[in-house]
Design a protein around this ligand. Sequence first.
Ligand SMILES: CC(C)(CO)[C@@H](O)C(=O)[O-]
Length: 384
Amino acid sequence: MMQPTLKRIHVLGIGSIGSLFAFHLVRNANPVSLIFKTREKADLFIKSGSKIGILEQYKIENDKNSKETAISPYHSTLNNIGICYQSGFIAETSKGEYSTEPQEKTRESNKLNSEQIYKQTYSVKKASSINTLLVTTKTYQTLTAIKNISHRLSNDPVIIILQNGMGVIEELLEYFLSAKNGPSPKFIIGTTSHGCMPQKKNFCFDHTGFGSLYFAEYEGNNYNKDNLNPNVKHVLEILSKLPLEPKIIEYPELYQQLLLKLAVNAIINPITALNRCRNGLVFETQHEIHKNLIPLLCKEIETIYRAVFKPTMPNFALESNIYTNTFNVSKNTSNNHSSMLRDVENGNKTEIDYINGYLVRLATSFGIDAKYNKMLCEYIKKLS
Ligand SMILES: CC(C)(CO)[C@@H](O)C(=O)[O-]
């Protein structure tokens, strides 16, 4: 069998989750390139030392019998010793340039613009083509971000999609199908409840909640579980070694995990954004209105999922299980500002169209009126 020709993993979307994964991929000895949106951002990364810092902040039980002590091989090295830095990344731009270490500084002329300063300061090289791409961008930015790097994709890249919300894979499939003679990627879809938040310091993050992590080959790849594509298999092997408790599963099970996570996000994200509160306060009594809304949302989501899975309803999709699962995530990530709250705080667009909006579209396709999800979409859009 032909050996996969995978070299470097490119990460698109250098936010909290992208950085957490890039950090652990490099610690596991995988070559990683970070694709920054702008030259300025790549420049800032290099000036900050070309490193990512992670502070493991999730609670570790000291009890010897506790399962949690076995979660990550990095506990002993990372926990209680403060932030841990990882270097060894290449910073790239979407155009396909990357910068090596600073050359002799020649910044004496203030007549130079930032582009010229950059060119004189760093040696800018042409970046390699992309075989393996980990996408952790915001859902609404993904299609544009992929279009911007499409000239750099190899003929048969493996694209891993790991983000909140749903609906992006459909957009990407449509794009790649319509681009004649373009690359024909194989997709891996992931979902995670690991909590990670940016610190004030550039490129430093708090890993605040040790959650779950699942990956599966996307079924639309003409998935055949007895004969996985060798490149996909190789990438799944790399992902399975991450110290974040990854589980490699089959797509139908992953689809359920995606819908489970979607339900969590459809409750925690808009409620934290509307109340400007941390995840841990979503179920607290001081937020009475939204406390009453949660059971209604759980019921509505159950109705939608019942239509999706008809005639066999999986347990996770029952109203009571959606409630319990969301409650647990809110407690496990209690100190987090949800991604939607952070978007609202920073004046950014939110992912509401790919979370509650996706549920509304799914409901409509079954003739269901998802009025509580619709209401949350309207409220959130007024904020951002
Ligand atoms: C799980 C979650 C709600 C934790 O903050 C996260 O998915 C988020 O912030 O969107």
